[in-house]
Design a binder for this molecule. Sequence first.
Ligand SMILES: [Zn+2]
Length: 64
Amino acid sequence: MERDILEEYHNAQNHLGFHRVYYQIRASYYTRGLAKRLTQYIFHCLKCLSHQTSLEQERRLGIL
Ligand SMILES: [Zn+2]
């Protein structure tokens, strides 16, 4: 399923921020609303929540 793909890429990239994971997925697997779903997935990733690093940085830069 789609969520598994998001999880697989995201975890494989050691919970990197949105953009690196996004572009990698998009390169091999594109679907409508991917950006939104990936954003939501990362926001709900427990490991990311406990770190709050990459998303915070990107949010601070005004990317998201
Ligand atoms: Zn994560």
